[in-house]
Design a protein around this ligand. Sequence first.
Ligand SMILES: C[S@@+](CC[C@H](N)C(=O)[O-])C[C@H]1O[C@@H](n2cnc3c(N)ncnc32)[C@H](O)[C@@H]1O
Length: 362
Amino acid sequence: MNKLALYCRPGFEKEVAAEMTDRATNLGIFGFARVQENSGYVIFECYQPNEADRLAREIPFHQLIFARQMLVVSNLLENLDPADRISPIISEFETLSEQVNLKQSNMILVEMADTNESKELSAFCRKFTVPLRQALKKKGWLMANESQKCGLFLHCFFVKPNCCYIGYSYTNNHSEHFMGIPRLKFPSDAPSRSTLKLEEAILTFIPRKEEEKRFNENMIGVDLGACPGGWTYQLVKRGLFVYAVDHGKMAESLHETGRIEHCAEDGFKFQPPKRKKVDWLVCDMVEQPSRITNLIGKWLVEGWCRETIFNLKLPMKKRYQEVMQCLENLTSMLNKQKLTFEIQAKHLYHDREEITVHIVIK
Ligand SMILES: C[S@@+](CC[C@H](N)C(=O)[O-])C[C@H]1O[C@@H](n2cnc3c(N)ncnc32)[C@H](O)[C@@H]1O
């Protein structure tokens, strides 16, 4: 078990490879990433056996920016016989189980990459899940009840109909979602599809049980680059009063809530209204990442807000380097002021050429 599979948005394989190589090196684990552009996944191969399992346990998944899912995988199973794909798959699971006891897991996910080509595989994967699950159960696998759960999910990752990786992920260190993609429903009354970005960000960064404490009707938010109002909609929905900053036009439905004030101003010059304590700053302005980073840093350093979610747009070639530079700059700005904070960044499913960052001052 020297391989990790990492799922990502197609086109971001190089970023995943660079990030994983850095993370593994920090743990003293060396290897190389097999990158096939636009494939929607990366295989990271460690030079030493069993080190993939260590990576899957020791790299905190929530700290990975570009990977949607992280699993330990077998070698690629190729030329599977369409008449019996199940036997070699089960046999490979049994081999893997000699090193990590997989029998107690209670979930099998049959997945594919998030590419157009793989869409054709999705119906097959859905259908194949049922007989595979049954065959595993017949062998005494997937029988764990709640108290017996070993904290592992089994994965069968198809790259072609007759070609797949077999693997597992740790439930305390993975994405709980099928293919690492949270399925969100677009709210029909939201002013823009961008609303799903902030919804996914909140789902990703804020523990469910804390949501009401962290967003409520006693709070004030500022939304920089707010129009037409998809992000403001998410804050208003959670009870906040929002200063929506943008020269554009806000959706009428948001004005009707009585919970917004539209400020037709430059987001880089806007300052929080006097004597108002801002709880949340959100920002989706299309601007250079370094300018956004400096602006957010200034808000936090001045104490104008305590918590923030913002996007860094990444139209450039060296996206990983740009992101690392921005996060380093922000961290150093906050450290200089001796602020205690948590920072997390993620390339969300609803993000395209951008990532989303969350910072909370403790
Ligand atoms: C991607 S859109 C925001 C979409 C919004 N988050 C939503 O969910 O509907 C970017 C917005 O940033 C605004 N913008 C760009 N530069 C700005 C600036 N310097 N000050 C204020 N708004 C700005 C644009 O007018 C545009 O409406």
